[in-house]
Write a protein that binds this ligand. Structure first.
Ligand SMILES: NC(=O)c1ccc[n+]([C@@H]2O[C@H](COP(=O)([O-])OP(=O)(O)OC[C@H]3O[C@@H](n4cnc5c(N)ncnc54)[C@H](OP(=O)(O)O)[C@@H]3O)[C@@H](O)[C@H]2O)c1
Length: 270
């Protein structure tokens, strides 16, 4: 299926590894020009090289930008660099690392604020600074998309992930509000909620649980897999395929939705 996004311009945040990088690669394979950001200049350069090689595309079609998405000034600068390099913006994918695992007594107010900055405020600020460019795209050739990477914890809180549970719920509220406001302008806004997917973040989570419970990493992963209808942990490529569809021309009538990509972990009817 041709997703209809050849030569469109995308910005993918939190893209030096894991889900963000996988989405950027999928978009590059679909013919998008892609700006990728993360905090570390070396890591994001490496990711850009990986994406160019894996997608078999030329050097200038992937722009690595060092940007900490908790810093609004860096977001503004990253958007301007992207638009300066590629000449516009059609697709924004928001993302960042996950906050630490823990229970209610494990975090002080500063840690709560840091998690909200990392996962909620970064999303809001990325959208705010992308919006003028997305509005131009919508008014011009008509394709403008926002996709926010959140977590299944937004639908069904995960017991040891307080910080994530709360920040993601805020993102869902923001996304739905934005979808309603931007719909008349033809800009779609959706969220995509990964379940357990094999990335470095998953290794960190397993390690945190191992340290607390003494269970082995293998036992923990087996438990995660068995909670899913498909009885396995997902792959980055499976997640990226769903994300690419949601930002594609083919998904023109989908907005305000929250798509779980979790192998059937969430048990709600709807
Ligand atoms: N993998 C899963 O099973 C799963 C399940 C549910 C939800 N999620 C959520 O989905 C998101 C992505 O997951 P993942 O597994 O891909 O995580 P990951 O492997 O930890 O990758 C996170 C990415 O975000 C970048 N990043 C972190 N902090 C940043 C910041 N302040 N500014 C800019 N970039 C930043 C990291 O690069 P640098 O270090 O170079 O900045 C890295 O590229 C996370 O929020 C995670 O909690 C993941």
């Amino acid at each position: 299926m041709d997703l209809g996004i050849r030569d469109r311009i995308a910005f993918v945040a939190g893209a030096s590894r894991g889900l963000g990088r996988a989405v950027a690669l999928e978009l590059a394979r679909e013919g998008c020009r892609v700006a990728v950001c993360s905090r570390d200049p070396g890591r994001i350069e490496e990711a850009a090289t990986y994406i160019r090689e894996a997608a078999g595309i030329s050097w200038e079609h992937v722009l690595p930008v060092a940007c900490d998405v908790t810093d609004e000034a860096q977001i503004e600068e990253a958007m301007l660099r992207t638009v300066g390099h590629f000449g516009g913006l059609h697709i924004l994918v928001t993302n960042a690392g996950g906050p630490p695992a823990g229970f209610v007594d494990d975090f002080d107010a500063a840690q709560w604020r840091a998690a909200l900055e990392l996962n909620l405020m970064s999303t809001i600020n990325l959208c705010r600074h992308a919006l003028p460019h997305l509005r131009k795209a919508a008014a011009g050739d008509g394709l403008a998309r926002i996709l926010m990477i959140t977590s299944v914890s937004a639908k069904e809180p995960i017991p040891n992930l307080y910080l994530s549970n709360v920040a993601r719920a805020g993102v869902q509220g923001f996304a739905k509000s934005l979808a309603l406001e931007l719909g008349p302008e033809g800009i779609t806004v959706n969220t995509i909620l990964p379940g357990y997917t094999r990335t470095d973040r998953l290794v960190e989570l397993a390690e945190a649980i191992r340290a607390r419970t003494g269970s082995s990493v293998e036992e923990i992963e087996r438990g995660w897999a068995e909670a899913n209808a498909l009885r396995r942990i997902g792959t980055e490529a499976e997640f990226a395929a769903a994300a690419a569809f949601l930002v594609s021309a083919r998904a023109g009538y989908i907005t305000g939705t929250a798509l779980v990509v979790d192998g059937g972990r969430v048990k709600h009817l709807l």
